[in-house]
Ligand binder design. Structure first.
Ligand code: SF4
Length: 328
């Protein structure tokens, strides 16, 4: 079914990123400020019924892909029940989850049974000490246990998202490549973005993926490739195997021209762009008793607010939210 939702630039919107919480059990230095406590109050969280209503409306408007994000989605209680309900909705044929995998070993089976097909796992290092430094005390072995549990449950593909950072983990790209090759994971590199104050301060570690792509292409004879998923990654593959490597380059080679997504935050606000503040609050409308037809009209109106592109390069101070507020 072709997307019926198009923005003012003629881009079809077929993908919704759903943030079910702004909380997280890690504190990655480029994401959530140390000691941050100003989380959204639970009374403002969309309930599962409200989330199901909104996703149902997006499904009727041609959105077929839903990625569940956070903060860290696995900290939201009852997530297994929610994924099972979303997996049943007409039109939604691609349900995925982004996670830091710290609690994945415990939840993998119920999520798989609930209809989540594929996973994106954030993992910036295979060194336990460095992992603790990057994440503010996280335990690497829990993430590895989570990945092995997910593999055993048959999630496919499992994509490893590695934020490439100069002087932090740029000596580990080949090791992560080998880890992914060994386990049949897809490796994706992501450039740091000036999301909020934390993202801006992490720009000191910014590393253009154009150099990383050259480095790995020389080492592994990579060739261009494609991969389904609807996201912004540009893929390469090994000439002699199906292993994919993706490059997500918002800074060095943006992909806004083909953007196909909007984001729903935990408090029911639709954000039209990761790098801009254009938004449309839905929670009070939902709680005021609007009909499904009226809800669809509000979504169409909201999508028309979608900006052409981010301005991370020209106006980095403009993006106020840090990553955990709406997820990647
Ligand atoms: S920065 Fe905004 S317009 Fe560009 S790809 Fe991301 S969400 Fe789309």
């Amino acid at each position: 079914m072709n997307p019926t939702l198009t923005d003012a630039f003629g881009r079809g919107i077929e993908y919704l990123r759903l943030s079910v919480t702004d909380r997280c059990d890690l504190r990655c230095f480029y994401c959530m400020p140390e000691g941050f406590k100003d989380f959204e109050t639970p009374a403002h969280w969309l309930t599962f019924d409200e989330i199901e209503r909104v996703i149902g409306a997006f499904g009727r408007l041609g959105v077929r892909r839903v990625r569940i994000t956070g903060g860290e989605p696995l900290v939201r209680k009852g997530l297994g029940e929610l994924t099972a309900r979303l997996g049943q909705l007409p039109g939604i044929d691609d349900l995925s989850l982004s996670t830091n995998a710290v609690q994945l070993a415990r939840h993998a089976r119920v999520l798989r049974q609930g209809g989540v097909q594929r996973l994106n796992v954030s993992l910036d290092t295979l060194d336990a000490e460095r992992f603790a430094q990057i994440t503010g005390g996280g335990k690497l072995h829990k993430v590895i246990d989570g990945l092995m549990a997910a593999k055993a449950e048959g999630f496919f593909p499992i994509k490893i998202n590695m934020v490439a950072m100069k002087g932090v983990n740029d000596d580990e790209f080949e090791a992560m490549f080998e880890f992914c090759r060994q386990h049949g994971f897809t490796l994706r590199f992501i450039e740091t973005m000036p999301m909020g104050s934390t993202g801006r301060s992490a720009q000191g570690q910014y590393l253009s993926l154009q150099t990383v792509k050259e480095r790995l292409t020389q080492r592994y004879a990579l060739v261009p490739a494609v991969m389904d998923g609807g996201g912004p990654a540009r893929y390469m593959k090994l000439a002699d195997s199906e292993m994919r490597i993706g490059f997500i380059t918002p800074m060095s080679q943006h992909f806004c021209d083909t953007c196909n997504r909007v984001r729903l935050s935990v408090d029911g606000t639709l954000y039209m762009c990761l790098g801009q503040e254009h938004n449309y609050p839905l929670r009070e409308l939902l709680r005021s008793g609007i009909s499904d037809a009226e809800l669809e009209q509000h979504i169409i109106k909201a999508v028309n607010l979608k900006p052409e592109r981010h301005e991370f390069g020209d106006k980095p101070e403009q993006s106020i939210r840090f990553m955990s507020m709406t997820g990647g």
